[in-house]
Every structure is written in C-alpha cells, then in structure tokens.
Write a protein that binds this ligand. Sequence first.
Ligand code: AHG
Ligand code: MN
Ligand code: MN
Length: 331
Amino acid sequence: MRHPEVVTDNLNSLQSHILAEEAKYPRAAGDFSWIISAIGLAGKAIANRVRRARLTGALGSVGAENVQGETQQSLDVIANETLMQCLGSRANIAVMASEEDEEPTILRTGSQGGKYCVLFDPLDGSSNLDVNGPVGTIFSVLRNRPDEPDAERTICQPGSQQVAAGYILYGPSTALVMTTGHGTDLFELDPYLGSFILVKRGLRIPERHKVYSINEAYAETFPAWCRAYLAHAHASGYSSRYIGALVADVHRILMSGGVFLYPPTAKHASGKLRLLYEANPIAMIVEQAGGRCFSGDIRTMDVQPQKLHERVPLLVGSSGEVDDILGFMGR
Ligand code: AHG
Ligand code: MN
Ligand code: MN
C-alpha cells in the first residue's frame, strides 16, 4: 500500500516547488527562491566534500578554535566558505551569520535591496566526521530590519519571526527538510539528477514514541526534573538513541517520533545548543510538523535573543513526550 503522504504523481524539484509556492503570493518578487536555490547549491557542494573527505584528505582539525572555543574541523571551514560563496552573490541578502564566525557579515543595507538575513550552522555534529557518521547544515531566514544599523541587533529576532528554516542531513542519503511556515517538507538529493526532489509534503511527527535522546553521560549534573524524567523513562519501557549530531537526532524524530533533550549541565550551564542557528530553525521545522520545542519552560521561538552565539537548553520532539517532560519540570 502506498503511504498517503508520499508524492507519487508529479516530479518536483526544490526549485520548482519554491517557485510554485511563491506564485501563490502575487506580490512576491522571487527574492526568496534565489536564497533557497543558493542553500540547495551549497548543500550539494558540501555533500560532495563530505562524501569524499576521507579520499581527499579533508578530515581532521585545522588547529584553530571557533568563537565558541570549539575545535574547528577542516570541513567546518570548507562548509562555511561554501555557504558564504553561494549566498554571497544573492542580491537580496543583507546579513549572513555563521556559527564559525565571531561577527555577522554585512552584505548590503535595506536601501541597497537587502531584504533577508540568513543564519547558519554550516556543519552540525562535525565531531562525527572522523567516524563516518551523519552531519548536517542548519539554516534560518529572517527579514532584514532596514532601520536597525547594528547587524547583531538586526538578527536578534525571536524564532517566531523566521521566514523560513531548514536543514540538510548528509547521511546515507542527502535530505533537505524545510518550512516556510506552511508545513514541513522533505526533499532528497537524487545524485544522478543533481536535484533535490520533493518526496513528502506536510510531515507529521507522531504524537508519541517511547524513545528519548540525550547525552546521558552528563546525568549527574542534569537538573533534578531531568533525572526524575529519565528514571520514569527507564521504568516505563523507553528506548534510547543518540547520534550526537542535532540534525540527525531531530531527523529521526521527524520520521518516527520521540524526544531530544539537551538540558543545562555542569559544562554548559545554559545548555549547549545555539539559539539563532540551531534551536530556532529546528523549533520551526518541528512545530510545523506538529511537534513542540522548549528552552527551559519557554517555547523556544518566544525567547528574545540577546546575542548572536547565545546558547539555550533544548527539549524538542513529539507533542505528548514533550508535554510529559514539561510536567516533570513542574510546568
Ligand atoms: P556542532 O558540531 O555544530 O558544534 O554541533 C554539535 C552539537 C549538536 O550537533 C549535538 O546535538 C551536540 O553538539 C552534541 O553534544 P555532546 O557531545 O555534548 O552530546
Ligand atoms: Mn551544531
Ligand atoms: Mn557546526
């Protein structure tokens, strides 16, 4: 039997899908499709570099740390440069900001046509590279604020104001998942066509699935509510999966449900994941698929960002599972 969500009639590329979506809004000038096509191009280029990294000697660190104090892998730098190159030529981008760069990059002001800002984590889960594990790229698109001269303040917008968000997962296949606020869609790269092909529209995360995802090695420094939840999960027949790349752990949840947690720990008192280019885009994708996403007891997309590289705790996944955990938090 065919799955009712699987697109079986027409062949739609990412490009044609975005053009068709834009055509629904007569005042849209096509700016947005230029951005998505740049991200798609970058995703194809990064996928190619990731797949051949061992053969081309591109694994390992560059001997430097990024602004987060984390060791930069060669591919972190390559993926960042690839995104900058692909997005840099798009006439409608005002500001770009990356996990790998301390400051945002200003391309043009509003009066020069800069309508959007693009924020990204060029390579998420990059410590998986050495072991041939999955990695990803996460992106968030915001409207520019032409009256705000400060680039960091321009991009410090709550996630609820995102125009679009998505990720590319470099796994056994290359998958692109994105939303423009009208559901979450899944595309897969057909390497023979060189195109991302629409395979599922309107993904829905199952309301419940007894699988949790957390780095349990830090359990002794988790907050009490989190340890209480884990004890409950252990006693209630839950299973555990943790890939160590947010994109891959969230993709599993989008496909089959469950919950991912990165609570405050001794090492990361505010959580480890970055609000603007990890938590917010993931929150929009997951909420658009019927899931929930919280940072502490606040909906992640309602958090007012204060700075570019700010970190937040994360609780994301199936609505029923997230609600259970909010109960343990006393919410
Ligand atoms: P990045 O590689 O972009 O720095 O992100 C790594 C993040 C995220 O992908 C993952 O969920 C988390 O770090 C894993 O952290 P731990 O190793 O502390 O579990
Ligand atoms: Mn990351
Ligand atoms: Mn990264």
